[in-house]
Design a protein around this ligand. Sequence first.
Ligand code: MF3
Ligand code: CO
Length: 260
Amino acid sequence: MIIYKSPDEILGMKKSNRIVGRILSELQSLCRAGTSTLELNQHAEKRSHEMGAVPAFKGYRGYPASLCTSINEEIVHGIPSARKLKNGDIISLDFGVIMDGYYGDAAVTYPVGDVTDEAQKLIEAARASFFAGIDKICPGKRISDISHAVQECVESYGFSVIRMFVGHGIGFSLHEEPQIPNFGSPGHGPKIKPGMTLAVEPMIAAGHWDAEILADHWTAVTMDRRLSSHFEHTVAVTEEGVDILSYWEEKTFQWTGDSL
Ligand code: MF3
Ligand code: CO
């Protein structure tokens, strides 16, 4: 069942999501050679508490940390450790909090120092595919129109879309209906309507999309061990357009789809 949110509830979600966006933006300057992923996790926890929010991932299905730190071929759910970042790495940070009962969730991939052209292009493609996806969010469109647009964008760069994980509804829980795959044919799934709150999260690979989970039962990696990038925001569908709740600042996008 899809839970549609009132404008007041969307405002509540904006508060928790802004905290996520702010913390992810603060973490960028810490993503330099020599920083351990545990230090990144500690910063995220400390700042959440300072802002009155509770990290949402810790303990979720037994996940042992607050932040997911996925380096290079790691796609998602990398567990923070003493491992230090090196020049040329790319790191995906996925973070979520709860405040006043509302969940926030977002992710971004940062380069560490100087990275290859391919790595830079992969990061750009993940970000661009998110915007290609949310560009389809308007009345009359369906969930798989987002999926199809993400896939088309990623493949136009010569990269591939990870199949093992999907985006999702979010709000009173971290994962609500509907599921939002990042690939597939258009015109399927629930109709997009005001009040929907969605975490749109392309996870993409430089090589093949096939993935596996490491022995720690969490870290997902590309089977061919080539690079992966992740970009995620929580958005609200409103009467006016798409509101990116997990942006650090206010940003509303008007309808641009062709269905009106
Ligand atoms: N952004 C991820 C998701 O939507 C966060 C889950 S990580 C977990 O599934 F550790 F909490 F599982
Ligand atoms: Co998510």
